[in-house]
Design a protein around this ligand. Structure first.
Ligand code: AP5
Length: 210
C-alpha cells in the first residue's frame, strides 16, 4: 500500500481525521508535530533545535524534518505505507519524500482562516493516548474523561494561543499552501470541505481513498 498525506492549515482537523482514518486503513499516523513535541519533552538535540521555531509558530528547518521522517519510515510498521499528518509542509520536504516513498492520495482539508483561531484555542488532548478534543465542537462523551482510555488528565499545547496561531497561519500561506498546486499537477490532490461536522468529513475522506 502507498502512503497518504493529510494536508491543510493549522487547526484544519488533520490530527482529528488521522486518528479516525487510521482505524479504517490500518496505516500508522505519522505526525511531525507530535514527533517534534516528543523530542522537545525528551530534551533531545532535535527537540532543542526545534523548540524556538515551534514556540514562535515558524516552520522547523527542512533538514531537521526530513531526517526525522527518514528515520521514522525505516521502522517496521511503516513498510506498507503511513498516514502523514502535517508533513510535507514545503516543496523541498515533498521532493525529499518522493525519493523515499510513494504517495497515492493528498487530502487537502479546507477551512477558512476565520474558523481557525477558535478551533485551536479550544483544543485539548488526552494526556495518555493523545486523542484530540475541543471544548465546544468535540468534547469527550463523559465530562472530563477520555472516550478511548478512561483517563481524566488532559494537555493543552504550548503553541495553542492566538498570537502563535497567526504566525502559524502566515507560515502556512507562505510556505505550505503552494504544495497544493504541486500535488494537483501530479493528479493526486483531493480537496475536502473541512468546515462541516467531523463525521461528514471522515466519510468524504474515506470515499476519496476508494
Ligand atoms: P503541528 O502539530 O503539525 O500543528 P499544525 O499543523 O499547526 O496543526 P494542528 O495540529 O494545530 O491542527 P490539526 O489540523 O491537526 O487540527 P486538529 O485535528 O488538532 O505542528 C506544530 C509545529 O511543529 C509547527 O508550527 C511547526 O513549528 C512544527 N512542524 C510540524 N511539522 C512540521 C513540518 N513538516 N515542517 C516544519 N515544521 C513543522 O483540530 C483542531 C481543533 O479543532 C481540535 O480541538 C478539534 O477537536 C477541532 N476540530 C477538528 N475538526 C473539526 C470540525 N470539523 N469542526 C469543528 N472543530 C473541529
Amino acid at each position: 500500500m502507498e502512503s497518504i498525506v493529510l494536508f491543510g492549515p493549522p487547526g484544519a482537523g488533520k490530527g482529528t481525521q488521522a486518528q479516525r482514518i487510521t482505524e479504517k486503513t490500518g496505516l500508522p499516523q505519522v505526525s511531525t508535530g507530535d514527533m517534534l513535541r516528543a523530542a522537545v519533552a525528551a530534551g533531545t538535540q532535535t527537540g532543542l533545535e526545534a523548540k524556538e521555531y515551534m514556540d514562535s509558530g515558524k516552520l522547523v528547518p527542512d533538514g531537521v524534518i526530513i531526517k526525522l521522517i527518514v528515520d521514522r519510515l525505516m521502522e517496521a510498521d511503516a513498510k506498507n505505507g503511513v498516514m502523514f499528518d502535517g508533513f510535507p509542509r514545503t516543496i523541498p520536504q515533498a521532493e525529499a519524500l518522493s525519493k523515499i516513498t510513494s504517495v497515492s492520495h493528498v487530502i487537502s482539508i479546507e477551512v477558512p482562516d476565520a474558523k481557525i483561531v477558535e478551533r485551536i484555542c479550544g483544543r485539548f488532548t488526552c494526556k495518555a493516548c493523545g486523542f484530540v478534543y475541543h471544548e465546544v465542537f468535540n468534547p469527550p462523551r463523559s465530562v472530563g474523561k477520555c472516550d478511548h482510555c478512561d483517563i481524566s488528565e488532559f494537555n493543552k499545547r504550548a503553541d495553542d494561543n492566538e498570537e502563535t496561531v497567526m504566525s502559524r497561519l502566515a507560515a502556512y500561506h507562505e510556505q505550505t499552501s503552494p504544495l497544493a498546486e504541486w500535488y494537483m499537477s501530479k493528479g493526486i490532490l483531493h480537496a475536502i470541505d473541512g468546515d462541516r461536522d467531523i463525521d461528514s468529513i471522515t466519510q468524504d475522506i474515506l470515499k476519496s481513498l476508494n
